[in-house]
Write a protein that binds this ligand. Structure first.
Ligand code: HEM
Length: 385
């Protein structure tokens, strides 16, 4: 990354770095940096929030690929969100909670005791895939391919290998197609009444979604769900193993709202959903730096969530004081529509782990940090008792 300063030019590539450690060091010196991929990376809370709120200047139309609703702007974006958000309300999600609890309880009881278990791949990824399949009505046979996809997707992102990422994306489209095909009836009709079938019946502006639009929506729902939930579980289990007194307090029983606030704060301190892209629609000044129209911009949530100017000590744990400024689920027009679903899933996963154990501690053997552009932990070996 090339730092934006007259006196202290730096040229650091983010590749291979822990996104959190790197941006902690950069943010203290620079409000934004220009990286080796010609991206302007916004590191401070105020600038990230301002850019996310000014969506007319910071457009989300960053990709040549169809991205619904992520890559849409303005009124078109609103129309898709209005049609899709009803699938993600608390009322819409409530019926799936029993299935999530069953998935979590079964997994927690099956995990081996007294030996090292990896919280990211053996707990997080497996829980995410099973919970999501229950939510969308997908068959259990997809569990193996989906878990393998989560791993391969992280691996390809880490390697920054475009060809491999394209192959991962097309594998995923094929998986989704295998789910859609049996639900397609004659003459545009849809068979079944699960959530995937309901999505296939959605209409925007009076017309049904095209096949590629449905695939794009499912890619965004599942990408948000599978990858992020697995990484979030890793961060949360690491936090529980680090803070045994907190673990004890939560195990003794706290209301949902208190547990949710603890989870949000642990994720603020180590936000595994690292960044999102934008492109400027006009020249704009950010922290005194003039960006031209067409500049590639990154909103760095992981860095903004640790900005000393807002949170003081970035690692200071204070769920109540920090809730209003927490950016784990973004802000503005593109704020995460899956927040309630993610919150419910994470709460249920953490509760099940605490209820099925009397102690969760770090295993011998080092936990390994993820590297740019993935966040959080690649491996969190823990022992359950
Ligand atoms: C813990 C897990 C999750 C985290 C940390 C997370 C975080 C975020 C963030 C920061 C954004 C803002 C993106 C932007 O401004 O460009 C976002 C958008 C989005 N998220 Fe999530 N998310 C999570 C889970 C989910 C789930 C479970 C779903 C759906 C099932 C979901 C679906 C989406 C979609 C569709 C968008 C794009 C919204 C738009 O562009 O209008 N996310 N998410």
């Amino acid at each position: 990354m090339k730092a934006v300063t007259d006196h202290l030019p730096e040229d650091i590539s983010p590749a291979g770095h822990d996104a959190r450690a790197l941006t902690d060091a950069l943010r203290r010196k620079h409000p934004l940096v220009h990286n080796t991929r010609d991206e302007w990376v916004l590191l401070r809370h105020a600038d990230v929030v301002a850019a996310a709120l000014d969506d007319a200047t910071f457009s989300s139309a960053v990709s040549a690929h169809l991205q619904i609703p992520n890559g849409l702007d303005g009124v078109e974006h609103d129309r898709f969100r209005a049609a899709l958000d009803p699938f993600l309300t608390p009322e819409a999600i409530a019926p799936a909670e029993v299935a999530f609890a069953a998935v979590a309880a079964r997994l927690a009881s099956e995990l081996p005791r007294g030996v090292a278990v990896d919280a990211v791949t053996e707990i997080g990824a497996v829980f995410a895939v099973r919970a999501q399949s229950a939510w969308l009505g997908w068959p259990a046979e997809l569990e193996g391919p989906l878990v393998a996809w989560v791993d391969e997707n992280h691996e390809a992102s880490r390697a920054g290998d475009r060809e491999r990422l394209a192959a991962v994306a097309s594998d995923f489209d094929a998986l989704i197609e295998s789910v859609l095909a049996p639900r397609r009836g004659p003459e545009g009709t849809v068979i079944g009444d699960d959530l995937t079938a309901e999505l296939m019946r959605v209409r925007v502006d009076g017309r049904p979604l095209r096949g590629e639009e449905i695939v794009s929506v499912l890619r965004n729902w599942t990408g948000g769900d599978l990858g992020s939930i697995a990484l979030c579980v890793g961060v949360l289990v690491h936090g529980l193993a680090d803070h045994l007194a907190l673990q004890e307090r939560l195990r003794a029983g706290v209301p949902d709202a208190e547990l949710d606030a603890v989870i949000d704060e642990l994720l603020r301190i180590d936000d595994p959903f690292v960044s999102n892209r934008r492109v400027t629609t006009r020249p704009v000044s950010v922290a005194g730096v003039e960006l031209p129209a067409g500049a590639k911009v990154k909103l760095h949530w992981t860095s903004a969530n640790r900005d000393e100017a807002v949170f003081g000590d970035p690692d200071g744990f204070d769920p109540d004081a920090h809730a209003a400024d927490n950016l784990v689920y973004g802000v503005g027009r593109h704020v995460c529509p899956g927040r309630t679903l993610a919150t419910v899933e994470l709460r249920i996963a953490v509760r099940a782990l605490l209820e099925a154990t009397s102690w969760i501690g770090h295993a011998d053997g080092l936990a390994a940090r993820e590297v740019h552009p993935v966040g959080g932990w690649a491996a969190v070996p823990v022992v359950l008792r």
